[in-house]
Design a protein around this ligand. Sequence first.
Ligand code: PEP
Ligand code: MG
Length: 842
Amino acid sequence: MNNNKQMTFSAPFSGALLTLAQIPDPVFASGAMGTGLAIDPLDDVLHAPFAGVVINIARTRHAINLRADNGSEWLLHVGIDSVELGGEGFEALVKEGQRVSEGLPLLRFDLDHVARHCRSLVSALILLNGDRFTLDPVQASGTVNVGEPLLNVAALARSDDSDSAHDPRAKQARGTIRVAHNGGLHARPAALVRQTARQFASHAELHFAGTSASTDSVTGLMGLGVAEQDEVEVVCLGHDSEVALQALLKALSTPSPDEKPHGIAAIAQTRAASSNEPGILTGVTASPGLASGPMFRLGTIELDEDTGGHRPDEQRQILSEALVQVRTEISASLNHDQDEQSAIFATHLAMLEDPALLDAAVDAIDQGKSAAHAWSQAVLAQCDHLQTLGNPLLAERANDLRDLRQRVLLSLLGEARCVEVPAWAIVVATELTPSDLLMLAECGIGGICMAEGGATSHVAILARGKGLPCLVAMGGDLLDAAQEQEVVLDADNGRLELAPDATRLQAIQALRSQRFEQRQREQQSAHLPALTQDGVAVEIAANVASRADTENAQLNGADGVGLLRTEFLFVDRSAAPTEDEQLAAYQSVLNAIAQKPVIIRTIDIGGDKQLHYLPLPAEANPVLGLRGIRLGQARPELLDQQLRALLRVTPLSRCRILLPMITEVSELIAVRRRIDELAQLAGIHERPELGVMVEVPSAALLAERLAEHADFLSIGTNDLSQYTLAMDRDHAGLAARVDAMHPALLKLIDMTCTAAASKGRWVGVCGALASDPLATAALIGLGVRELSVSPPQVGQIKAQVRELDTRQCQALAQHLLTLGSAAEVRTACNTFQTQVQSKRSA
Ligand code: PEP
Ligand code: MG
């Protein structure tokens, strides 16, 4: 059945029909790219699932975009990671722009080749503009044959006569909630709200301060200007309005784990105080480092004046094709490790589908504007609005919209943003976009200075990830500075030196080479064991959250994995991972760091980390509630499944299980007993080592009893600081005071090490304190013998260990235990470090 509004989507191949959540790829499975379904194909030909027009064929021919006559746009994507085949094994049987009838062959592929060289043959069939259509499954699972009807796709009536309003079963549900997201409803939380709302049939809106926005519109939600702790009203209309409301209230009141202030990101948002020193401009450090090089100014894309009088239907078509192209490019650039970069661009993808933006652009087109001007005008109006809301984080997200303006304009104008940037250039701009930054990082620039922007912007996050020094909020004077002159960017101290003399430039060069050589030296011996001067071995392992992190840890010389946070497997998906999926993930981590031990922590969900598919009761103090091992007790089937998967990894002798948030011995004994039962049921004779995290004071105080039953203890200084100092670890205002160098924490660490030693157990530290070189001597002096650090720091911490003598470290530690504040401890550690360094150079 096909008419203007409705059509049937038929099976494009024969094979097993799967839901989106079953796709073995987090980006597709989470619905970030849109709703739809998947097929594990048995045929080697992809057929048209409906009559329509080919809008785009991927350069590598593994995916095709089709538009149906009812306006729905679909991505038909063969296999997972098939883009990496570079087109090998794929043949396109149609051309872009071609009209196709239902069932017409679109692509032929070599089934064997794709199956052998890709992660999976499972093919995603994704509705890209899902906010305008409803999908009604004809069948949901089983084996299907080509041409069998799978979905009825109907166009939604626009706002005022929406389906929800006419559905006789429709009920209204409303509720209010305080928004817990750090910085309020900015891009990523808004995208999360949209994604949550899309799981339900109900139409949902947020009301705040006399205005409202549909949950379909990321920019509309951002445009409400909701700050952290603001109260919003959620209104849902539809037959599932009650469940939709509960899910949305939860999404709004649960801060996302990736939105915590990041050390540097917590820097004040204020414009940097201007410098009185001549020839010096100051800014806010968004990414530390030191660089020198020629100044290079990067401008934005400007459009010529619009002559007007364009044909709206033609311009709409042009814009729609450009949007599909950009969407496909962004989707192809997302990787599967859910790192910062992918998260940022997945948000761009959601913004690109934003109905508020699209409507504004289409309205401008209908008034005779060209597609380029209409798109530019729609985006800039939204940017202006975000900037007037008085919320710095929302104002920074306007830059993500400017990125989309630029990308779509480049596609419309048929240009690529290729700029000839001199090597080591210090790039200057009003504000760079995330795509600009990735392009510049490829060119080998030295650093970045922006007149505007903030330290929590996506560009700042990416610059830190790439190790590029970056200053932001430098003011308009920056743009008046002469081009091509040699400058010094000292991002560590927030300074740009406009006229360094030859001596200064030489000094910078010397300092840079010194740092570079030191890093090289550290890296050269990073793969060797770390022994103190008096021959005591300290294991330097790495904290990881994925296979890719583990590969990085191995490259950086880690002696093992000291903490695998398994939450990465459970978040951003609609159902818990199966036992087999978990086994594959854990095994891939063991394989990535051959012959070395891997400590895998059981799931630490609850508190600040929540799962959509695991509804937990709302708690007044989630951080003091059902989290860590307590969740395992409340939901034993979840912990059992994880333990069963862990017992199946090989070799089991390399796998050590770590339990989070242990507060008393019975919790440990119960898990040890359960491991025995599960192993016996599975006929497994070997047992993995079992350790506990010491991250609440009661565990440190009970360390001796715990050590009787545990094989090792690992101190989580992040939570131990929070629970000892009674300061929220994510509280931006307290960030500087939640310092694990506090003498009270050192006393708990001392107590833990002494108790563990009396029972012959070893103690490690896996919290962030382990990565702080200033703390290495103190921790060794207290008796810690394993430090689990962030992968790039393995070489540095190993080098630090090699300079120390344990007896001197013990003397230092005893002195630190007598002090009264973290500041005093840091001063004493600095003095100690200076003495060690001067002895070395003497
Ligand atoms: C800690 O609390 O120090 C720790 C390592 O665990 P997480 O940071 O994952 O809570
Ligand atoms: Mg913790």
